[in-house]
Design a protein around this ligand. Structure first.
Ligand code: SAH
Length: 223
């Protein structure tokens, strides 16, 4: 006979399959991305009062005025990144750690930066407890990137920036891809930026999106 934990587990497995089916209808075609969504327990990255809604295609508050992105946005950004196992990836905006877990599931060597100390600390513990030991969490300002670890094969930014952060451009390998939401709050788009050479970048405007703003400096006070 199953215990409650296994029954709960079965419920979430079924809901994740349903979510994957929804994402397939919405331009998410990369089988590895869909596989990562199917294997990642999003219900462990949100407030426990929202458990019943964990696999809805919706964004939720995660504290400190921040949000966990909706699964479609996570899947789209991940797909645009064209991740290949073993790549060195920089993520700006750890937040709940859900996007980090998706990239970890795909075998990335992930370096994730968060500017809110409380969120950094919770996500770091959570990712560690879940065994994602290929994620390295940093409490710092994403506008400066991680020059000591650069260059990166890929960079993913999960907060909206008014313009392209110069430091991040410099930390992208030639041939590398950066996926970043840019613009003003009511007029923001996801961009895919490819570094062609030392000086040349090719930018592709993908689609309209909503993100919390990318803010410079760090916030160490618990809110
Ligand atoms: N990827 C996250 C989404 C979090 S929302 C998830 O899956 O849950 C965006 C996050 O970016 C917030 O936690 C916010 O605090 C963080 N952020 C905003 N500006 C930042 C900056 N300059 N450096 C690092 N993190 C930043």
């Amino acid at each position: 006979m199953k215990n409650d934990i296994n029954e709960d587990y079965d419920i979430y497995v079924a809901r994740r399959k349903q979510l994957v089916a929804e994402l397939k209808e919405m331009k998410i075609t990369n089988p590895e991305v869909l596989n990562a969504i199917e294997n990642t327990p999003r219900h462990l990255f949100i407030d426990q009062s929202l458990l019943a809604f964990a696999y809805e295609n919706k964004a939720y508050q995660i504290g400190c005025g921040q949000t966990i992105s909706q699964p479609y946005t996570v899947a789209l950004q991940t797909q645009l990144l064209e991740p290949r196992a073993g790549e060195k990836v920089l993520e700006i905006g750890t937040g709940s750690g859900y996007q980090s877990a998706i990239l970890a599931e795909m075998g990335m060597n992930l370096f994730s930066v968060e500017r809110q100390y409380t969120l950094y600390s919770i996500a770091k513990t959570r990712l560690n407890d879940l065994g994602y030991n290929n994620v390295h969490c940093y409490f710092s300002d994403g506008f400066t990137g991680l020059p000591e670890i650069a260059p990166f094969d890929k960079i993913i930014v999960t907060a909206g920036s008014a313009s392209l952060p110069q430091a991040l451009m410099h930390q992208l390998k030639i041939g590398g891809i950066m996926v970043i939401p840019m613009g003003q709050q009511q007029n923001m788009y996801i961009y895919k930026i490819k570094r062609i050479s030392m000086a040349d970048f090719r930018s592709e405007k993908i689609e309209n999106c909503a993100f919390v703003p990318m803010i410079s400096g760090v916030e160490s006070q618990p809110l």
